[in-house]
Design a protein around this ligand. Structure first.
Ligand SMILES: *[C@@H]1O[C@H](CO)[C@@H](O)[C@H](O)[C@H]1NC(C)=O
Ligand SMILES: *[C@@H]1O[C@H](CO)[C@@H](O)[C@H](O)[C@H]1NC(C)=O
Ligand SMILES: *[C@@H]1O[C@H](CO)[C@@H](O)[C@H](O)[C@H]1NC(C)=O
Ligand SMILES: *[C@@H]1O[C@H](CO)[C@@H](O)[C@H](O)[C@H]1NC(C)=O
Length: 430
C-alpha cells in the first residue's frame, strides 16, 4: 500500500515537473545528443550567455513543438559554459553522453566530459593518448565501434577518441580534404563518414573517409547541387541510401537538400507542411521517423519553435510537422501466448483494471496540474514551492529564458496559435 502511495507521489512529482512549459534561450553551436528517448541539449552560444543550461526533451511521449516541455538538469551540470563542442552517445555500454571540445577558459587541449544518464552525473574521465587541439569539435562523428572521428580540415592528424577505452588515437591526415570549419558530416552504413565542405562555392564534390581502411575518396555529384553550406547539418535517411542536408548559409529559400548515395545525385526533396525559416549552427538528430532540428540561428523564436520536426518516413514526400508521434512499438500484450488459464485472465483483468484507474488518476492530476501551471504563470514570480510542492532531489525546472513581462502580455497570439510568454520561476527546492 505504502509503495503505491510512493509511486503515486512520484508520478505526481513528475507531472509537476514536466507539465509546465518554458521558453528556452535561442542558441547556436550547442550539442544535441539522443540517448534512451531523451534529446539532451547542452551549451551553445546565444546573445545571452547560455551558461550552464542543460536539459532534455522527452521523446518517449507524443508532443507538439508549440508546447515543448523540457526537463531541466542545469543544477547538476558541471560542464563550463561553452559552444562548438562535439558530442555523441558512446562508451562501453553505448549509453553514455560524451562531450569533447575546448571547454572552459583554461583549456589548452580538448577536454572530455561524460554524462551518465542512469545516475544523472557528469565527470571528466582520464584519457590516455595525446589530447588533440580541436578548433571545431562539433564535426565529431561516432562510428559503430564507439570511436569519434574529428577531422576539421587543418593539421596533420585526424584525432580519434575511443569512447570505450578512453584513448585518444591519431591517424595521418595525408589525403584528407581541406574542409572548412562548420562543415557537415555523418556516418554512412558502409562505415564511411561523408564530409560536406563548408568553404567552397557549392557541394559539387563531397568527401568520404573510410574509417575501416583509413583512406579518403572524392565523389563528384550531379543534380541540383546545393550552394555553399556553412553551418548546415547532415543526417542519414531512414533507408540508409540518402543523406539529408539541412540549413546552412547562402540559400535561405532552399533549406533542404538530399544526396542519393547510390548515384551521388542531389535533389531538393518534396515536402509538405509549413517550411520553416532556414537555420545555421543548429543540430539535427534522427529520432524515430523524424529528423529533429534543434535551435540554431536564423529563426525568430516568437514565430517558430526551437525544435523542428521533419517526418522523413516517405521518400516521395517529407512532412514538416509540429506533432511528434513516438514510433509505434509492438505491445507486449500482443506477443503474449494465445492460451491462457482462467486465473491468468483474471490477473490480467486486475492489472488492466488498475492500469485504467491509474490512468484516470494521472489524467486528473494532469488536468489539475495544467491549471496550476496556468495559475503559476498568471502569478508571475510565484515559486512552485510556495504551494508546498518541491521538485525531486536532483532535477528542477528553471526558466533561464526571458525576463518577466507585464501580466497583460501573458498571452500573445501569433498567427492563430497561443503562446504563453510568461515564464514560471521555480526557485528550486528549499
Ligand atoms: C549505439 O547506439 C546507437 C543508437 O542505437 C547505434 O546507432 C550505434 O551503432 C551504437 N553503437 C555501438 C558502439 O554499439
Ligand atoms: C561549383 O563551384 C565551382 C568552383 O567555384 C565552379 O567551378 C562550378 O561551376 C560550380 N558548379 C555549380 C554546379 O554551380
Ligand atoms: C581503401 O582501402 C581499401 C582496402 O585496402 C581498398 O580496397 C580501397 O580501394 C581503398 N580506397 C581508396 C579510395 O583508396
Ligand atoms: C520576431 O517576431 C516578432 C513578432 O512577429 C517581432 O515583434 C520581432 O521584432 C521579431 N524579432 C526579430 C529579431 O526579428
Amino acid at each position: 500500500m505504502i509503495q503505491k502511495y510512493i509511486t503515486l507521489l512520484f508520478i505526481f512529482q513528475l507531472l509537476i515537473e514536466i507539465n509546465c512549459q518554458y521558453v528556452q534561450k535561442q542558441r547556436e553551436g550547442h550539442t544535441a545528443t539522443f540517448i534512451d528517448n531523451k534529446l539532451y541539449i547542452l551549451g551553445g552560444l546565444s546573445p545571452n550567455n547560455v551558461g550552464k543550461d542543460f536539459f532534455y526533451f522527452d521523446f518517449s511521449v507524443p508532443f507538439n513543438t508549440q508546447n515543448l516541455l523540457l526537463r531541466d538538469l542545469s543544477n547538476i551540470n558541471t560542464v563550463p559554459s561553452h559552444f562548438g563542442a562535439g558530442s555523441a552517445r558512446g562508451g562501453v555500454n553505448n549509453d553514455t553522453l560524451f562531450l569533447c571540445g575546448e571547454v572552459g577558459n583554461t583549456a589548452t587541449a580538448t577536454i572530455v566530459y561524460k554524462f551518465n544518464v542512469q545516475s544523472n552525473s557528469w565527470n571528466t574521465p582520464i584519457t590516455t593518448g595525446i589530447k588533440p587541439t580541436l578548433y571545431d569539435a562539433s564535426i565529431g562523428t561516432i562510428d559503430h565501434n564507439g570511436k569519434m572521428y574529428f577531422w576539421e580540415g587543418i593539421g596533420s592528424i585526424i584525432a580519434i577518441l575511443d569512447t570505450k577505452n578512453l584513448i585518444w588515437e591519431e591517424r595521418s591526415s595525408i589525403g584528407a580534404p581541406n574542409i572548412g570549419l562548420k562543415s557537415a558530416a555523418t556516418l554512412l552504413p558502409d562505415n564511411k563518414i561523408i564530409y560536406m565542405d563548408s568553404s567552397v562555392d557549392n557541394l559539387t564534390q563531397v568527401y568520404l573517409y573510410d574509417t575501416i581502411n583509413d583512406n579518403w575518396s572524392t565523389k563528384t555529384t550531379s543534380g541540383t547541387v546545393p550552394p555553399k553550406k556553412l553551418g548546415a547539418s547532415a543526417v542519414l535517411g531512414l533507408d540508409g541510401q540518402r543523406v539529408i542536408v539541412y540549413g546552412g548559409t547562402t540559400d535561405p529559400l532552399n533549406s533542404l537538400y538530399e544526396l542519393n548515395l547510390l548515384n551521388f545525385e542531389w535533389r531538393i526533396p518534396k515536402t509538405s507542411g509549413k517550411t520553416p525559416a532556414s537555420r545555421t549552427s543548429h543540430r539535427a538528430n534522427v529520432v524515430g521517423k523524424y529528423m529533429v532540428v534543434s535551435f540554431g540561428l536564423g529563426y525568430n523564436q516568437s514565430d517558430e519553435n526551437d525544435i523542428l520536426l521533419l517526418d522523413i518516413s516517405n521518400n516521395d514526400e517529407y512532412i514538416w510537422t509540429n506533432e511528434y508521434d513516438p514510433t509505434p512499438t509492438i505491445s507486449p500484450l500482443s506477443t503474449m501466448p494465445f492460451h491462457k488459464s482462467s486465473s491468468n485472465i483474471s490477473i490480467t483483468g486486475a492489472i488492466v483494471g488498475s492500469l485504467i484507474v491509474c490512468a484516470l488518476i494521472i489524467l486528473l492530476l494532469y488536468l489539475w496540474n495544467k491549471n496550476s501551471c496556468r495559475n503559476n504563470k498568471a502569478r508571475n514570480n510565484t515559486s512552485l514551492n510556495n504551494q508546498g510542492i518541491s521538485g525531486s532531489p536532483n532535477i528542477e525546472i528553471h526558466n533561464h529564458g526571458r525576463e518577466a513581462e507585464p501580466l497583460d502580455n501573458e498571452i500573445v497570439h501569433n498567427h492563430g496559435r497561443e503562446t504563453i510568454e510568461l515564464p514560471v520561476y521555480n526557485h528550486g527546492r528549499e
